[in-house]
Design a protein around this ligand. Structure first.
Ligand SMILES: [Zn+2]
Length: 538
């Protein structure tokens, strides 16, 4: 098998649809083309006179240096709390000042040679202007914050006193994502030590509240970039995301090329009150309980088609790990069947949320006193919406499930297409919050130069030590800070350069990273920056 890019003529290559699946036109007969799962070529060596990353890693001091840097950063509790006040009103943000000082100490060249703007106090935006203004900048992201530690006594090593056991570095943020933060700084520092002479402008953008939605950090950083450079002004955006997994000896690098949408549906039930000694058959809480149970009895159904990035991943799996894939899967893909239910039956819930809009009843409030009938109950249900579904359809579907049941209790329904009149028994209001449409799809077609550079850089770093690497786009079931960056480029790749099994404890106890994974991460950013700098596509 060879890559599509090497054998297709330009005309043929452009007949490939944007999602990377083969078009109808046949390639030349004498060459075998893997159109089922095109794998990008390795990037050619940049002519920048810098050392290659294998040499970087063979430096014995590198491990010691990286343990030192990552430990220093992990030790600072830059925690995002859901109840944080604004940047000028909450002393808990001060940990970020300490972090910034530490970064300055450990990465002197970055701070000497790159322009630094602090956006909304703690957002860090570094710029290294390139010699050419014709090339769009490369933008690399990470976040500085971490999730809280509810009970440090459950940890084997204290979460903010990092510990290196010879293989693993333990501590909150070692995996999500102070490892990539330090990886990016370290790559940049090493490049600048060698007087890196970049043609393309390089921008590093580090938010500080990703774990609470990025509304103080990423939102302001992205807004600032839009103002400064305009929409669609970046060549590529790289942020944390999918990693590298092994199936039957083959490594699949699965950068997320799309994010699910986000929606909270708020149900507010208002009913007449009274003394609890003379209750109706169902109180407000009783009715709301039935409404919630009905919502849960009507989950969205799973479905999959070729517009879902997961489809492309499955094609690659069938092609490269045929022994592992279900015997029926190839044919189902060929015939473009919707096999979502079958695949869930075979693989369980791990694949479900790549093919189904999720629904999770997360918050309930109601009732205030034991001798008083509850007058108001509120429920918040969170939805993560498939790119092939629509937010408005989700809202409509939920309202249509709830309305008949509410009417059974003589409750009027208002909102989301309903405007029934209250006849004195109460009102169910259905509203929505925090709407984020599913993201656009980043290109992964074999004729897309920037995808080839990105995916080729993954192969370059990870194929050397660990066998064959197949880079293929995936769907992120959650959102990252990139949700604020969609207008800046269509080329957004969410990727954490870490092999499955080399990172543990994300968002829970005993978070730790295998330092080999961290070193690979440094190499990845180092090579990516060089390769993108050498790319002349646009
Ligand atoms: Zn993260």
């Amino acid at each position: 098998m060879t890559t599509v890019r090497s054998v297709l003529s330009k005309k043929e290559a452009f007949n490939l649809p944007a999602n990377g699946h083969p078009g109808s036109e046949k390639p030349q007969e004498d060459v075998v083309v893997n159109t089922w799962c095109p794998v990008p070529e390795l990037p050619s060596t940049p002519q920048d006179g810098l050392i290659g990353s294998p040499e970087l890693e063979s430096n014995k001091d590198l491990l010691r240096l990286q343990v030192e840097r990552l430990s220093a950063v992990v030790d600072i509790p830059t925690v995002s709390y859901d109840d944080n006040y604004d940047v000028d009103k909450d002393p808990r943000w001060h940990a970020f000042v300490t972090l910034h000082e530490t970064l300055k100490t450990h990465f002197p060249r970055v701070h000497e040679k790159m322009d630094l703007e602090k956006v909304n106090s703690y957002g860090l935006l570094y710029t290294l202007p390139g010699s050419s203004q014709d090339l769009k900048p490369l933008l690399i992201m990470a976040h500085q914050d971490v999730v809280p530690v509810p009970d440090p006594t459950k940890w084997n090593h204290p979460p903010y006193e990092s510990y290196f056991d010879g293989q693993w570095l333990w501590g909150r943020g070692s995996v999500d994502c102070k490892n990539t933060l330090v990886g990016i700084y370290s790559a940049m520092e090493r490049l600048l030590e060698q007087d890196f002479n970049n043609t393309r402008t390089i921008i590093l953008s580090f938010g500080f509240d990703e774990e609470t939605g990025g509304f103080r950090g990423a939102k302001h950083l992205a807004g600032h970039l839009k103002e400064k450079y305009g929409e669609n002004s970046m060549e590529m955006v790289v942020d944390e995301g999918g990693g590298i997994r092994t199936v039957d000896g083959v490594l699949y690098a699965v950068p997320a090329i799309a994010e699910k949408g986000f929606l909270d549906i708020v149900l507010t039930l208002n009913t007449p009150g009274g003394h609890s000694s003379g209750p109706p058959k169902h109180t407000n809480i009783g009715i709301m309980s039935r409404l919630v149970a009905t919502v849960e009895d009507h989950p969205f159904s799973p479905h999959v088609d070729e517009h879902n990035p997961f489809w492309g991943y499955l094609k690659c799996e069938v092609e490269n790990s045929p022994k592992k894939a279900e015997p029926w899967l190839r044919e189902a893909l060929e015939k473009k069947e919707d096999f979502a239910d079958r695949l869930i039956e075979s693989r369980g819930d791990v694949v479900r949320w790549s093919m189904q809009t999720s629904q999770s009843v997360d918050i309930i409030n109601g009732g205030i006193k034991d001798n008083q009938l509850p007058e108001t109950t509120e429920v918040i249900i969170n939805y993560r919406v498939l790119p092939t579904d629509k937010i408005t359809d989700v809202l409509k579907a939920v309202a249509n499930v709830l309305a008949p049941l509410a009417n059974n209790y003589s409750i009027a329904v208002q909102g989301s297409g309903y405007s029934q009149i209250d006849r004195g028994y109460g009102v169910l209001n259905i509203s929505s919050l925090n709407i984020l449409e599913p993201s656009p799809l980043s290109p992964t077609s074999p004729d897309n130069g920037i995808w080839n550079i990105f995916a080729g850089s993954i192969r370059q770093v990870f194929e050397t030590s660990a066998g064959k690497v197949v880079p293929v786009g995936s769907l992120a079931t959650g959102n990252t800070d990139t949700a604020h960056y969609w207008a800046l480029t269509k080329n957004i790749y969410r990727f954490s350069p870490v092999l499955e099994g080399q990172a543990k404890g994300v968002h829970t106890v005993d978070e730790k990273i295998d330092m080999q994974a961290h070193l690979d991460g440094v190499r990845f950013y180092y090579e990516l920056i060089r390769n993108v700098d050498g790319y002349r596509g646009s």
